[in-house]
Design a protein around this ligand. Structure first.
Ligand SMILES: *Cc1c(COP(=O)(O)O)cnc(C)c1O
Length: 414
């Protein structure tokens, strides 16, 4: 029996835990030889495909030179290459790159930068505004800015209070009105949102215009706008950043998952010059007090540098557009099946809701769907009664058709 305590796994249910031996492209190969189509990009991280040859070669190459070095007061070429690459690829206003090692830490860093900015510029602002159904990670700080529920009820005493705006309905007036009111009445430090797509909150999509107006309201009220693009970044929503579709440049941007093409744990928090400048001083008490042991690990940075190079010289955007078109065609067909509601796509992300008496995360439909997909050798992991497909960009027609067929069977038989 394994000693491993797995994440988001109820070991008391004795569900099978397959042993994955290797991966190629859009597929995982288990130790007993099954080929499993990875329909969720191994939890939203794999972008181009598993084991991309250029990324794997970059990691191998880096292992010949430097494994790890302290990053406080020291630097190395892979990190410099990543920072320069991000400057070239991301909006010009985001002039500073702070490294960390997961999406959660990228968000924690963003929150600390926002609070640091207000503390050092003496605005007296410290509160945070968040959107209903949001997910920003599983650390105490990121749980505090995320949706409260069964996932974090036991830890409620540790979580801090935030202002919450409702998820946009229709043209999003409900959201925008609430945001204006909170900005006026509570003078918050920052708003943090997942642009266009709320991932873990149920693959909920909202219009780019609502995102644009939320950013504008923040600007008007001197509230910092933090975009958590940990999931939406690196092409998931059809553009490099989801913010692009709204013509919005955030004050602080969080990137992780696809930063290394999904191959290594690495994250960055990018900030505008005023946020950096607020910490700049000869006074040591104003430095940015954050680090973790593996900040900007050279092997992970080598993977990220290769990913950025792939974005710069391979037709990634064309691949994404082609996948998005196929996702949208699939959703058109699934939408016609009985019991399917809210069939939707946003770039390469596709989702449907299936009718169920109780659609909560813990409803028994979820485990039945999961078992069905598992037995069909397709990796899909429904969120409650929401089935979504979020594949690597290299997914081919045959594998895509297989995913669609397996979802169709599930909808018709479960
Ligand atoms: C996954 C995710 C995170 C957390 O990233 P980790 O690397 O798992 O810590 C934060 N924000 C969003 C929007 C995410 O999807």
């Amino acid at each position: 029996m394994s000693a491993i305590w797995h994440p988001f796994t109820q070991h008391g249910l004795d569900e099978p835990i397959p042993l994955v031996a290797r991966a190629e492209g859009a597929a995982l190969i288990t130790a007993d030889g099954a080929r499993v189509i990875d329909g969720i990009s191994s939890w939203w991280v794999t972008t181009h495909g598993h084991n991309h040859p250029r990324i794997m070669a970059a990691i191998r190459d880096q292992t010949e030179r430097l494994d790890q070095v302290i990053f406080a007061g020291w630097t190395h070429q892979p990190a410099e290459t990543v920072a320069a690459g991000l400057r070239a690829l991301m909006p010009a206003e985001l002039t500073r790159v702070f490294f960390s090692d997961s999406g959660s830490t990228a968000v924690e860093v963003a929150l600390k930068m926002a609070l640091g900015f207000h503390a050092h510029t003496g605005t007296g602002r410290s509160g945070l505004v968040v959107m209903e159904h949001s997910y920003h990670g599983d650390t105490i700080g990121t749980m505090s800015v995320g949706e409260r529920g069964v996932f974090n009820a036991a830890y409620a005493p540790l979580l801090f209070d935030v202002g919450t705006i409702p998820f946009p309905v229709g043209d999003g007036d409900n959201t925008l009105t609430a945001l204006r009111r909170l900005c006026r009445e509570t003078r918050p430090a920052a708003l943090i949102v997942e642009p266009l797509v709320l991932g873990a909150g149920g693959m909920r999509f909202y219009p780019a215009d609502v995102l644009r107006q939320m950013a504008a309201i923040c600007r008007t009220h001197d509230v910092l706008f933090i975009a958590d693009e940990v999931m939406t970044g690196w092409g998931r929503t059809g553009t490099l950043l989801a913010c692009e579709q709204a013509g919005v440049v955030p004050d602080i941007l969080c990137l992780a998952k696809g930063l290394t093409g999904g191959s290594m744990p690495l994250a960055v928090t990018m900030a505008t010059e005023p946020i950096y400048a607020a910490h700049l001083s000869t006074d040591r008490a104003r430095m940015f007090f954050h680090s973790s042991s593996f900040t900007a690990n050279p092997l992970a940075c080598a993977a990220a540098a290769a990913n950025i190079a792939i974005w710069q010289d391979e037709p990634v955007r064309e691949r994404i557009a082609a996948l998005a078109a196929r996702q949208s065609a699939m959703i058109g067909r699934l939408a016609m099946l009985p019991g399917v509601a809210n069939a939707r796509t946003c770039g390469t992300v596709a989702a449907i809701d299936v009718a169920a008496a109780d659609g909560g995360y813990l409803s028994d439909l979820g485990p039945r769907l999961l078992a069905h997909f598992r037995q069909a050798d397709v990796l899909l992991r429904p969120l409650g009664n929401t089935i979504y497909v979020l594949p690597p960009y290299c997914l081919d027609d045959d594998d895509h058709a297989r995913i669609e067929a397996v979802i169709g069977e599930a909808v018709l038989t479960l």
